[in-house]
Each structure stands twice: as C-alpha cells, then as structure tokens.
Design a protein around this ligand. Sequence first.
Ligand code: DQA
Length: 147
Amino acid sequence: MPRVLVVHGPNLNLLGMREPHLYGSQTLEEIDAMLRQEAGKLGIELRIVQSNHEGDIVEAIQGAVGWADAVIINPAGYTHTSVVIRDVIAAVRLPTIEVHLSNIWAREDWRQKSVTAPVCAGVIAGFQATSYLLALHAAKSMVEPGT
Ligand code: DQA
C-alpha cells in the first residue's frame, strides 16, 4: 500500500476561521477527515502532521525517509521564504507535491514566488480543500503509475 506523508504548515490549524474567502470554511480536522476517507478509497496509508515551526517541518520530512513513498506539503507562509524546507525536500528525494488552498499567483506579488516549488514534482493551488484531494490522486499516480 503506498504511504503518503501530508504536512500542513503554519496557521493552517486556524482554517475555518482564517480568511475563509481565501482558504474556505472547512477546518483542518474536516480536511484531514476528507483526506483519510479518500485515502481509504485509493488504498493509500496516510500520516498527517501540522506544525507552526520550520524545524519541526524539516524533521517530519527527514523522518519520512524509509516510510513514505511520497509527500504532500502545504508549506503555508514558509512557501515564500524557507530555504531549509526547500533543501530538505531536495535532500530526501521523495516525490513531493506542493499544495495551496488559494491561487498564490492571483495574490500579492511577494506571494507569487515559491521557494519550494522548484524541488517539487508539481504544484496544485487554488481549489481550497479540493487541492489536497487532487494532490492525493497525483501522489497515487506518481507512486503507482497507470492505476
Ligand atoms: C497558502 C498560501 C500562503 O501564501 C499562505 O501564507 C498560507 C496558505 C495556501 O494554502 O493558499 O498560509 O499556502
């Protein structure tokens, strides 16, 4: 069974109340429940973490080596700044999908730059919680091509 690590970055624990016009009204718990349900249908084993701390995110990705077949990450604000998250994604060489709830290219200039995207297999952005579901399907097709 393919194994996927899902990493939610800073402030995503506030989803539901956090700028719902941008990020939707679902809470993180609701998104995680939806992800677990979809993973069940796709035959994927999931591990989900959320952290507001850059070093914890680095350690979660380092810790996925030997367990995960792919990583789905929403680096949140760190998308635009974090060399260390970019470097760990490159270092572990696990196929990684970057996810955003909002369309970062339709927002402020400084938000349109992703430091992490160039080391990811691809980016899914702009579909609110559905971005995560699409990423799960993308992870499945990367890990088990043709299924
Ligand atoms: C976000 C976009 C980021 O710019 C922002 O800092 C977030 C959420 C998104 O999912 O749309 O925290 O990653």
